[in-house]
Each structure stands twice: as C-alpha cells, then as structure tokens.
Ligand binder design. Structure first.
Ligand code: ADE
Length: 214
C-alpha cells in the first residue's frame, strides 16, 4: 500500500518512519511512504503557505495554491482517497483503519493554523478524519496515528504471527476486551505469574484467558 503525506513539517516524520515495525515494512516493500513538503509547492517568493482570513478573525489559513499544486501532484502518483486531518472530521476508529487497509493507496493532508482554504476542502478532499475530541497544533500526529494503525493491518507487516488478528479491537474478538499478558521472569518483586500460564495446558490457558477478559 502506498501512503503519501502532505505537510509543512516533513521532518516531523523522519524518526517515526525510521523505527521498528514501520521501518521494516518500508524496507520489505510492504508499504511505501512518501512525505511531501507543501511549502516547496508555494509560488510565493518567500514560500509562504498561509495568509490572514477573509472576513477577519484569529489565526491564519493555509492558502489554496500550494495545497492545490501539492495534492494534484500527489494524485498523479497515488490512486487513493485524499483524507484531511482535522478535529472537525469523522472520528477515526479501528473499523475505519480496517477499511482503509484494503485500499491500494492513501493520501493524508496535514492541516496547520486555523485550517485550509475551503475551496480546497470542497474540491480535492475526499474525507476528513479526527483522531479524537481534542485539538492538536497540526495534523502531523494524526497522520502518524492513521498510518501506524492502517499499516499494521497490512498482511505480513506485523510478522508471521499476524498478531493483529488477536487484537482487542479486531472484529474477530470482542472489540473492547483483552486478557492480561505476562512474560519472563515467572516471579518479579515477589509477584508470581498465574500458575496455569506456565502449565503448557492449552485448553486450561484458553479457559483462563477467556475468564479474565477485561
Ligand atoms: N488536527 C488538529 N487536531 C486534530 C485531531 N484531533 N484529529 C485530526 N487532526 C487534527
């Protein structure tokens, strides 16, 4: 799956994309991720990407020209929907992540300031997503959340065990429930792992887990 992310803070993605599972997924060509600097599309001699709002009011608005040129460029490369990160968007959920993970591409637009010029919203944006009822300083963290949760659902990204199939939020199990997890050592600061988990008795372990879903 191909992800294209439009942002005025491209460096914000560098360390995240170079760590752990996401890095391995990129190295193994399971996903492709391209970061586009909206500022580099600005025709303004100072590479300005924002301006004061018509009608007055607080804050700045992202101007249409760099957004238009950046998104139309990305759309020639990625067949996926253009999704705008905004607290006004529909709430992002695990089932939304599952639907997006079936697509061949996804274009994420990170907003900054008070938002983007509405003409871009009306013409180039397919949907708007919010990662929660709080306001971030920009859409970059939201884009990383969406990339992370969608990428891990793509076959082989998590490795052979496909542990997403056992997720507490997966359709295959109760959405909200998860059993307690333990690892070595079997005793830590006087607290012991439940005996049954050390027993090797798969039926007993499965029963214990079922009875301890929370
Ligand atoms: N940009 C600012 N706040 C946001 C949020 N909660 N979700 C998505 N994008 C945002």
């Amino acid at each position: 799956m191909r992800f294209d992310i439009a942002t005025i803070l491209p460096d914000a993605f560098t360390s995240y994309l170079n760590e752990s599972i996401i890095k391995r997924a990129i190295d193994n060509k399971l996903i492709e991720v391209y970061i586009h600097d909206i500022r580099s599309f600005s025709e303004n001699k100072h590479h300005k990407v924002d301006d004061i709002p018509f009608g007055g009011g607080a804050g700045m608005v992202m101007t249409p020209q760099p957004l238009y040129d950046c998104l139309t460029h990305i759309k020639t490369l990625n067949p996926g929907p253009v999704v705008y990160m905004t607290p006004q968007g529909r709430k992002f959920t695990q089932s939304k992540a599952e639907k997006l993970s079936l697509k061949s591409g996804l274009i994420l637009l990170c907003g900054r300031y008070e938002g983007i010029d509405n003409r871009i919203r009306e013409t180039l944006i397919d949907s708007e997503l919010s990662i929660g009822d709080y306001v971030l300083t920009g859409g970059e963290l939201a884009a990383m959340v969406i990339l992370d949760s969608v990428a891990r659902l793509i076959p082989n990204v998590l490795g052979k065990e496909e542990s997403h199939l056992e997720d507490s939020f997966s359709k295959k199990l109760d959405r909200k429930k998860e059993y307690p997890h333990y690892t070595r050592p079997a005793e830590f600061k006087g607290k012991k792992v439940p005996e049954v988990l050390l027993s090797g008795n798969h039926k007993a372990i499965a029963d214990w887990r079922k009875n301890h879903l929370k």
